[in-house]
Design a protein around this ligand. Structure first.
Ligand code: ADP
Ligand code: ZN
Length: 795
């Protein structure tokens, strides 16, 4: 037995270390990333082949692999390398990263079978006996063929002349359901047996696999569906490509001089290796058209392109344009699709059927052959970062790495680039490209600042100023459209007892509950906790409940009283039954079925709407005071984005910022759309406080149900970390362990240590080594630890 080669295998789970196994006679040569069935503990697990292994030290007995699940790895060499890099860099288990790159059906230990693909013309003699066309080839049959037959067979698989199939792959009825939403009056508590936690409530529409990721067990799912607490949504309705029609007319738009020069600069780079570009183009400057022309140049080279967007359902314009240019050669891949749809996309991508892939951060794993260019649209957007679960990767940064490994160019685009990216461009690390004008007749909107301290209308409508009210009515009378933006969903962000002043809080997170009029319930926007029928104060049992402040639902209710002639549609994550329906709402508005669109930041992205002539920002300051070093940057980007929705084509647009801080530099820069001025100031403050791009951050979060031991453990970890840093000669600044801004989340207390260093790679390597020496850093079992590399926020 010992004569069989030893191999390293990655196995999903909290332990990041790889395991050593032995092969056996029936196992032929393995390819990196190939899935294996291995014995593990008392059971069996799915593992991924990483490479050959040295004999482990001591006389540990090495177990034998049971069998490979696939004849050929699903990973091309470049995608495999990329996944390993990601695991290393983001301190993740390679098995978790590799699993991210596979369709959900392949994440469990199902064995793959094969069949001849339709396009195979002649089946080579050596493998002819395997089966008849149309029939499945079983693993047992494959085992029986000799080595040269196997080699030929593998080649056929990689050429797409043999197709993989597996159990669960058949299209049965359950696959026709796209997802589920919670019934409006659903009481999930009724699902749980005594003393058990009920499943977590959720917003909008989620697919079955998303629900499982949220912690819903099959048991709860079945029960909730049977009791109609979860309502099925047919898959058809859910398919993003059905909504988004191509706009073939965009092919005939001729580029203006600026756009042409961008295309002419990037095109030669398509054949010249790795090179990062940053396209800083003001809102409405036609970045999308530029992306299309570049994708065309990629296709002309017989290569493929990947276009990342922050949220797929809201990137209607990008997708509509790309479909207009490339028709069926474009596909999307994202989590709101059903498992089946995702599988179809993924297969088509591997086989080269689709030349262009559009998708959110997870699309970075798209198995595109001959990748020629990666485009990252709205590169500043925070949704590129995955917070949870691991791998906690940043889609944009990973795009740069994937481009580097594939030796191809990468183009980041934005109207308000991230401070980091713009800094890299100014330092000459990225090639900076600019679009400074709106094409044709369109000009940037005029932005007016309204001081809410003096202009706020008294009384219930205190969130709309007189100037805004007048302007909205004027625009509506002219048959133009208006967008109102408020970054707060729900009806009322806070309830207060009129008698004793008590404010109801989330029992798991200790933050204020938001009141939702639909369903008459209070919810926690962090953990999803729901409380129904809060009619009496918890403290004094009084009935005088005051609904303080205003969220989108309340404003929606006020609109008929406020603005004559408004027909309103609301867009936020409550009104949009899922990320895909968001596109429908935007579409209905773009089709002018409504003249006023009210919503959260979902309204800032998406379609371009030529008839919108006014954007009202109800609370321009909101968000800028969060305890987070990126909060000003995010507020600025949001203001620029939302303002950019106004004034396309013929009509000069106007924007009104309602603010309580009219003299703040953030507001004035945003009102002048002055990115440079904002950037210079923000960069200085980043330098003064040592934040990226001047250092790299790691957020180490400890959480525990028990408050008392947490601080001690965190302090002790801090001391050990300090010693190890000194030992390995890494210069780093440690902050904490402080309580996290969200100290209590889902019943867990949380503390964190923030590490600032310029030796990030060495630092992560040190952590990895430490963890290998002391499993889980020798933390007590009750303490959970998360290592978040390059965090987007600190919550
Ligand atoms: P961005 O993504 O930079 O905000 P878009 O790509 O949405 O801008 O383009 C804004 C509008 O300008 C769209 O309606 C688009 O069709 C139009 N447009 C873009 N380029 C041109 C051009 N060269 N000539 C005429 N119209 C253009
Ligand atoms: Zn909560």
């Amino acid at each position: 037995m010992s004569s069989h080669p030893l191999i390293t295998v990655a196995i999903a789970g909290p332990l990041r270390r790889a395991f050593t196994y032995a092969t056996h006679d029936a196992i032929g040569p393995l390819t990196p990333g190939q899935r294996l069935l291995v014995p593990f503990g008392k059971g069996r697990k799915l593992g991924y082949y990483l490479g050959p292994s040295e004999p482990p030290p001591g006389n540990i007995t090495v177990k034998q692999v049971i069998k490979p699940l696939d004849e050929v790895s699903f990973f091309s060499a470049d995608l495999f390398q990329f996944c390993l890099w990601m695991a290393d860099y983001y301190f993740a288990n390679p098995a978790d990263v590799l699993a991210c790159a596979l369709p959900s059906m392949l994440k469990s230990a199902v064995a793959v079978r094969y069949r001849w693909a339709d396009q195979i013309l002649t089946i080579p003699k050596q493998v002819e006996s395997l089966c008849k066309p149309g029939k499945k080839i079983s693993a047992a049959t494959l085992q029986s063929i000799h080595q040269s037959g196997k080699t030929i067979f593998r080649k056929l698989v990689s050429e797409g002349l043999v197709e993989e199939i597996w159990d669960g792959d058949a299209s049965d009825d359950s696959q026709r359901i796209g997802g589920y939403r919670m019934a409006e009056d659903a009481q999930l508590e009724t699902l749980a047996a005594k003393g058990k936690q009920p499943p977590v409530p959720f917003y909008g529409e989620k697919s079955r696999s998303e629900l499982r990721e949220l912690g819903w067990s099959e048991h709860y799912l079945g029960k909730a569906i049977a009791q109609r607490l979860l309502l099925p949504i047919p898959a058809k309705e859910n398919h993003p490509l059905d909504f988004i029609k191509g706009r073939p007319e965009v092919r005939s738009i001729s580029l203006n001089a600026e756009q042409r020069s961008v295309v002419d600069t990037v095109t030669p780079a398509l054949t010249a290796g790795f090179k990062p570009f940053l396209l800083h183009g003001i809102t409405g400057s036609g970045k999308t058209i530029v992306y299309c022309h570049l994708a065309q140049a990629v296709i002309d080279l017989h290569k493929t392109a990947l276009v990342l967007t922050p949220e797929i359902a809201l990137s209607g314009a990008t997708l509509a344009y790309l479909r207009g240019f490339f028709g069926d050669q474009v596909t999307v891949i994202h989590s709101a699709m059903t498992d089946r749809e995702r599988l179809d996309s993924w297969r088509g991508i591997r086989r080269g059927k689709y030349r262009i892939v559009v998708g959110p951060r997870s699309a970075i794993f798209a198995p595109l052959p001959d990748l020629g260019l990666i485009i990252v649209d709205e590169e500043h957007d925070g949704s590129y970062k995955q917070d949870d679960p691991s791998p906690r990767f940043h889609g944009r940064d990973c795009a740069i790495m994937r481009a580097k490994q594939n030796n191809i160019p990468v183009l980041l685009g934005s109207a308000s680039p991230s401070i980091e990216s713009y800094y890299h461009a100014r330092q000459g690390r990225y090639h900076l490209l600019e679009l400074t004008q709106r094409p044709g007749e369109a000009v940037l909107p005029e932005i007016r600042i309204v001081d809410m301290r003096t202009e706020g209308v008294k009384g219930e409508a205190g969130f709309v100023s007189l100037p805004l009210k007048k302007e909205v009515e004027k625009r509506l009378a002219l048959d133009q459209q208006v967008i109102l933006f408020l970054n707060r969903r729900g009806y009322s962000p806070m309830l207060r007892c009129g008698d004793c002043g008590h404010i109801p809080l989330c029992p798991s997170c200790n933050i204020r509950l938001t009141y939702h009029k639909v369903g008459h319930r209070l919810t926690c926007h962090y953990c999803g906790f729901i409380r129904s029928n809060y009619d009496n104060c918890d403290q004094c049992f009084g009935t005088k409940i005051l609904y303080m402040g205003a969220g989108t639902q309340k404003v929606e209710e006020m609109i008929p009283k406020l603005f004559v002639g408004a027909t309103t549609i609301r867009l936020d994550s409550d009104s949009a039954g899922g990320r895909v329906s968001a596109h429908r709402i935007l579409n209905a508005f773009a089709q002018r079925e409504y003249n006023l669109l009210l919503g959260t930041q979902m309204v800032t992205k998406g379609l371009d709407m030529p008839n919108v002539s006014l954007v009202g920002v109800l609370s321009a300051d909101s968000g800028s005071d969060l305890p987070d070093f990126r909060s000003t940057e995010k507020t600025f980007a949001r203001l620029l984005q939302v303002a950019g929705r106004s004034g396309r084509a013929g009509i000069r647009g106007e924007v009104i910022f309602q603010t309580y801080a009219p003299e703040s530099e953030l507001i004035t820069d945003a009102s002048r759309q002055d990115f440079r001025s904002f950037y210079e100031r923000e960069l200085l403050s980043r330098q003064e406080c040592s934040y990226p791009p001047f250092v790299r951050l790691t957020n180490i979060i400890f959480s525990s149900l028990e408050e008392a031991s947490l601080e001690t453990v965190a302090l002790e970890f801090h001391a050990r970390l300090k010693a190890r840093l000194a030992q390995s000669g890494i210069t780093a600044q440690l902050l904490g362990p402080h309580p996290c801004p969200l100290y209590l989340l889902r019943k867990s207390y949380r503390r964190h240590i923030i590490v600032k260093t310029n030796q990030q790679v060495a630092f992560v390597r040190m952590l990895t080594q430490w963890e290998a020496e002391e499993s889980r850093f020798k933390l007590p079992a009750a303490i959970k630890v998360i290592v978040d590399i390059d965090p987007d926020d600190m919550m």
